[in-house]
Ligand binder design. Structure first.
Ligand SMILES: [Zn+2]
Ligand SMILES: [Zn+2]
Length: 371
């Protein structure tokens, strides 16, 4: 089958012919319909998430149709529509048992090694193993994922839209609902209005935030407003002063959705005394972030989050239902559609900070796109 392979950082990714083994007992074989291109794919492709993470089939946000299941799988059957969850929580490690499945130790350990939950790979090229990108590897015609990595979703939701659920949507919504716990009437700033940032804006509005200030380059702000931002501030040297002026001294919750030290600092500066800055963006390995220590006296907090800090097996079907009900605009977040051959070009747009989500349409009929 065809798959997008990262051979080594700094070299463009390419579509290659690779071999995919059948699913083992607790695994699911999915025919990929569509996949979203996320900034984390670029971080991997640029070698910013640590060494040894190649050769790898990239892609960790997507949806498709179940083609076969292992003998131990009961939650999905061939023909079911699923979206991928990049953390197939094991439900048995100490963090899972403590109610934090997004931090599952078994998934974390194997994810970093590019393996499935049992510690092995189903992907090969000329006899040598390939890594599964974030346990998903969905820039490919088919993929095998650990059982919990395939989450059933309603058929009414077109798969090219459902493709966004498993990373951008669950991450953005979870940051608002599970981490910040934004309440009705509160104020929010969102620094970075790309694929995930737009979902943070939408979730903040659904939670009843009275003020949602979008902060980004001018060309990103129109879409942010369409997603529910009440105010838009261009990310210049005056951005902090502008946000403070709009919100009477700062926001209750400032979300950083870029993953750079300068934007983490912006979010921190935009939060009011007693407020919080939440870092949703993925900061490259080895990069430090700093804030003025004296300001901890103002009761502000700086928080991290990973993968929505909730339970994706519970949250993803709910988010899919919200999309079916029309409360969640997935199509509007997509600015480009391409094929597997267009992934490198999509990486270029992300590196330059251009556009919203690119969706890679792998199978247009299954994805629900009429020619
Ligand atoms: Zn992602
Ligand atoms: Zn676990």
């Amino acid at each position: 089958m065809k798959a997008v392979v990262l051979r080594e950082p700094g070299r463009p990714v390419e579509v290659e012919e690779v071999e995919l083994d059948p699913p083992k007992e607790d695994e699911v074989l999915v025919r990929v319909a569509a996949a979203g291109v996320c900034h984390s794919d670029v971080r991997l492709a640029d070698g910013e998430l640590g060494s040894g993470r190649w050769p790898m089939v990239l892609g960790h946000e997507g949806a498709g149709v179940v083609e076969a299941v292992g003998t131990g799988v009961t939650h999905v059957a061939p023909g079911d529509h699923v979206c991928f969850s990049l953390i197939p929580a094991c439900r048995a490690c100490p963090t899972c048992l403590a109610g934090r499945p997004n931090l599952c130790e078994t998934a974390g350990r194997n994810g970093v090694r590019g393996r499935l939950l049992d510690g092995t790979s189903r992907l090969h090229s000329n006899g040598s193993a390939l890594q599964h990108g974030l346990m998903t590897a969905c820039f490919a015609e088919r993929t095998v994922v650990s059982g919990a990595g395939a989450v059933p979703i309603p058929r009414e939701l077109p798969l090219w839209q459902a493709a966004l659920l498993g990373c951008a949507v669950v991450t953005g919504f979870g940051a608002v609902r599970n981490v910040a716990r934004v309440a009705a009437g509160e104020s929010v700033a969102v620094v970075g209005c790309g694929g995930v940032g737009l979902q943070v804006i939408a979730a903040a509005r659904l939670a009843g935030a009275a003020t949602v200030v979008a902060v980004d380059r001018a060309e990103k702000l129109e879409r942010a407003t369409a997603f529910g931002a009440t105010d838009a501030v261009v990310a210049t040297d005056d951005a902090v002063a502008d946000v403070r002026a709009l919100t009477d001294g700062g926001v209750d919750h400032a979300f950083e959705v870029v993953g750079e030290p300068a934007t983490v600092r912006l979010a921190w500066d935009m939060a009011r005394p007693g407020g919080q800055a939440i870092v949703v963006g993925l900061v490259a390995r080895g990069v430090d972030v700093s804030v003025p220590g004296i300001e901890f006296l103002s009761d502000k907090s700086l928080r991290g989050t990973y993968y929505g800090s909730g339970d994706a097996q519970r949250d993803l079907p709910q988010l899919a239902e919200l999309a079916v009900a029309g409360s969640l605009d997935l199509a509007g977040a997509v600015t480009h559609r391409t094929t597997l051959d267009g992934v490198e070009e999509a990486f270029g747009r992300l590196r330059r900070g251009e556009g919203g989500r690119t969706v890679v349409v792998v199978d247009s009929d299954a994805a629900g796109i009429s020619a």
